[in-house]
Each structure stands twice: as structure tokens, then as C-alpha cells.
Design a protein around this ligand. Sequence first.
Ligand SMILES: [Zn+2]
Ligand SMILES: [Zn+2]
Length: 433
Amino acid sequence: MQTRFVALLGALLICIPPASAAELADSVKQDYDEYLADLWDHFHRNPELSLVEFETAKRMAAELRAAGFTVTEGVGGTGLVAMLENGSGPLVMMRADMDGLPVEEKSGLPNSSVATQKDPITGNVVPVMHACGHDVHITSMVGTARQMVARKDDWSGTLMLVVQPAEERVIGARAMRADNIWGRFGTPDYALAFHVKAGNLAGTIDAPEGPAYAGADTVDIIVHGVGAHGASPHRGKDPIVIALQTLVSRELSPHAPGVVTVGSFHSGTKHNIISDRAHLQLTVRNTNLETRAILLEGIERIATNAGRMAGLPEDMLPEVIVSDESVPPTINDAALARRLKVAWAKKMGEDAVLDVPPKDMGAEDFPNFTVDPAIASVYWQIGGTLQEEFDAEEAGGAMVPSHHSPLFKIASEPAVRAGVESTVVALMTLMGD
Ligand SMILES: [Zn+2]
Ligand SMILES: [Zn+2]
């Protein structure tokens, strides 16, 4: 009796009939209607800030355990790792980030967040919103877990689901690596992740065969000078002249995109005092590791030589500090991306697979999982904006809001369904019969 009850409970938890890949779309739709829609609603109403995703992590652990995974919590802070060993074959990692942002939601969605939380950095209580769509990522991960358990007979290998904290501060992946994620759970043969994207048509997939996101380095330059009275500049060393822009305009190939932005400059206290110190805060962007090296080495060279030109002694040359909050570019393995795109087109339709080149220099911390050691990886985009919203913008109505905006909005059903479908197809391509 008891055994039958437990079996019945298990059947209720995983009520997805095992299905062939052709039935995948129907199966995911059914699971969305019966289960995932409510789960997304819950996550959307209850966002949490980077590093304090306590309730989100707890819920994800419960969901993935209920689906049949072995879950370890507290990996790199609030992160968790869910494992499903299913015979011989590759170890494939799928990552979802789970943090929200300190933004007050004004999307107009019926389940808009009214949550607030104490910001661990500032100590202030702030409104919190899933203004980047990470709620879609974790909801889709639960859908993927349920599908992969239901389809266990059709694949073999080990599936590692990674729920990552603090992506918005680009420190969560590094924290999980520092907590020895590969040593404890194995180094993956393949690593996968996706981001939902406002501005791409809902339900579509876009996977560049190369750079998907820029690298972003946070650099501080401390320039030391010799202070003086403003009326006697010959008695000081004015530290405030550095030509960093020539790096991008004259040292990079015109085909290698790069950005060097000095976002903040602090020096001096008064009109007529030449300061003895300047502090520049830079963000440096690139789309490949060679460009990154040219820019970072170039900044160091220009800064120190500017100090020498000003006649500063060697022990007073400018200091260049590359912060820990830096990420390399996200670069897809071209062959693997092509392989997955063929599979997606076959299983989800040619029209679902886009080829939109990245338009900006946004960054991601996923490469902290994939660069050292190098792991073949693909990072793709799932479109989250309905056609009617593009039409409205075209007709002079509201613009499609961007990520991190209070107006940010994702059409959850097509996005979650495409998130689950594309992930299951990718995993089956790598681990299926
Ligand atoms: Zn974001
Ligand atoms: Zn994001």
C-alpha cells in the first residue's frame, strides 16, 4: 500500500509521458500549462538580489530534487549543483543564473514584483525586480530537468545543472569555481547556457558561431604626481594627461571591436591646487582574448610611459589594477554551435533559428566556467518579445524596453517553452542515442 502510494506520488511529480523528440513541443507545452507557468509566476513575484538569493536557491533545490536529481546546496554562496548520473557518456553542464536587480518594476504585468530586499552592498532596502529575465532561466531549467528524467531511456551520460548566483555582478561563476565545483562534481565535457532576450522575437533561438558576449575588464589607474600650487605648475607634475583612446583607434585592427571607456575620473580638491593623485576608473570591452591582451597591456604601457614623459621617477609611475570583477569574452565553439543549430532547425523548425550578430558589447560571467580550463561551450539567446510589441513600436507606440529597465518584460510562455525545448534538444544531441 505504502509502496504504491510512493509510486503514485512519483508519477504525480513527473507526470510527463516519455516521448520521442517529435512530441517534445507538445510535452513541454503541457508541462508549461500544468506546472511551469505557476513556477515562473512565483519566481517573477519573488526576485532576490545578487548574493542573497536564499529563497530562490531553496526553491530550486526542492524542485530539482523532486524531479529526481541529487542536489548540493551552498556551492559558491547560494549556488547549487544538481546531478543526474545516467550511464556512460559525456558530462554535460547546463547553467542558469538566478539573481534579480535593484529596480522597481513598472512593466504593467499582472504579476509585477513588489518585493524589496536589503542590498548586501549598500545596506539600503531597495525594490527588486527580475529585470533581466533570470526567472525565465531557472523556470526553464526545472522544465528541462523534468523532461530529461522522463526521457532517461533515450540518453546516457551525466547531466549537471548549475544554478548560479550573482551573475549581475559577474562574480557568481567565479565564486562557484573557487568552491571547487569541477573538483567536487567533475569537469564538464560540454558547457551550455542561454539568456532570454528582449528585442528578439519570442520563441526564437540565436547562437553565434563565435563571440556571443564581450569580455569586460574593470581597470583602475592610480596616477601619482607631485602636488603644487596652481600658480606654480612648473613646480609640480600634473598627472592628468593620458591618451588611452589611441589604443582602440590606432592599435586594434579595424575588424577587432574594442572599447576603452573612462567612466570616472577623480582628482583634486580646489581650483588652484594641482593634485598629487588622480584616480581613473575604466571599463574595457573586447570580443576575443587577443584583443583583450592588446588593450590591457596597452593601458599599462601608456599609463606608465605617460608618467615617464612627465618626468616622474620609476617608483611613482601610475599603477594599473585589473579588478576581480572582470570577465573574458563569451566565445561559442563554432563547430558545436553549428551542430546544435542544425538540431534545433530540425526539431524546432528552420524559422526558429536566427542569425543575428551581437550588436553591443554587453558581458556575461559564463566564460568564468569555460575559459580555464577550456570547455567546449555554446551560449544562445531565446527571444522574449512578442510580434505585437514590435508592431506597436513600428506604429509609433512604446519602444520595446531593454534589459535592466523598469519596463522590461518577457513573454514568459514562448520564452520558457523555447528555453526548455532548445535545452532538451541540445542535451539529446550531446547525450542521446
Ligand atoms: Zn542583466
Ligand atoms: Zn542577465
